[in-house]
Ligand binder design. Structure first.
Ligand SMILES: Cc1cc2nc3c(=O)[nH]c(=O)nc-3n(C[C@H](O)[C@H](O)[C@H](O)COP(=O)(O)O)c2cc1C
Length: 253
């Protein structure tokens, strides 16, 4: 079958990537709790990832496949289709140490749509970690919007215990069918290099996160546990001010 969706539609930018580029060793800046991890063969997803980095000051890591794709990924279309349609998990060339991933609380995850799915190595990478206390924010580049939901659904399935932005996707009309469009993509908001700042605002990134609290642990011993921002257990909800109850921040006045 010809790959009808891929070539005629220009993606979000026109960067071309030299395929011989060496992976740089990853250096955490120590200044941010957000990391962008992305895969990109032709440079479009990379360009969006870089734009997000510029806006957010996040750290950034490029996921690469262990068994390299052809310099022109369309030459590997059959392999890529096989990986997508059979839900395979190609190995990544490099994984970040668990300890480094643990240092982040928010992970932007970028991928091209490849045969109606994420580049499957992105799923391999995500499933390598316990991301249960992370917020995952996926972004995709593509030729056509037809398989946005199929792709996002797979990224959410690869991070089953994480929080996601957006918290919910449109209903997946036919979860077992990734080969035909389901027309269930409306409402999925994706950034381009030109509107990353507006996209971040639309999805509410960074909002309400100025309390100085970097990590909140749910208190399973009590149904209702109220804490001050400094972590002191309170006997009741304060009449004024910000407090934390069962892992969420509240403000009463
Ligand atoms: C093998 C292959 C399959 C693709 N399949 C799809 C697809 O199913 N749907 C789509 O919208 N775009 C598809 N595309 C287009 C890419 O998603 C698009 O060009 C993307 O921006 C590439 O990202 P990159 O430059 O970061 O690699 C495909 C591209 C390739 C090479």
């Amino acid at each position: 079958m010809a790959l009808a969706v891929a070539i005629p539609f220009a993606a979000s930018c026109s960067a071309e990537e030299p395929q011989t580029e060496q992976q740089q060793p990853f250096e955490p800046s120590g200044k941010t709790k957000t990391i962008i991890v992305y895969f990109s063969a032709e440079g479009h997803t990379k360009a969006v990832a870089e734009a997000i980095r510029e806006e957010t000051g996040s750290d950034i890591f490029r996921i690469e496949e262990a068994d390299e794709y052809a310099a022109n990924p369309y030459d590997d279309s059959d392999r890529i289709q096989n990986e997508a349609y059979n839900d395979l998990r190609p190995e990544a060339k490099t994984y970040l140490p668990e300890k480094q991933i643990a240092a982040y609380d928010t992970i932007f995850v970028g991928t091209p749509i490849w045969w109606h799915q994420p580049a499957m190595v992105v799923c391999t990478f995500l499933e390598h970690y316990d991301l249960s206390d992370k917020v995952i924010i996926p972004f995709v580049t593509f030729g056509a919007r037809t398989y946005l939901n199929e792709t996002m659904q797979k990224l959410y399935k690869s991070t089953p215990n994480s929080e996601h932005i957006p918290a919910q996707l449109p209903e997946d009309v036919d979860p077992d069918n990734i080969r035909q469009p389901q027309n269930d993509d409306d409402g999925i908001d994706v950034p381009t290099t030109r509107d990353v700042r507006e996209w971040l605002e639309r999805i509410g990134y960074g909002k309400g996160d100025n309390s100085g609290i970097s990590s909140i642990v749910y208190d399973t011993r009590n149904d209702i546990a109220v804490y001050s921002l400094s972590g002191t257990r309170l006997n009741a909800i304060p009449e004024n001010g910000i407090y934390v109850m069962n892992g969420r921040k509240y403000y009463s006045r």
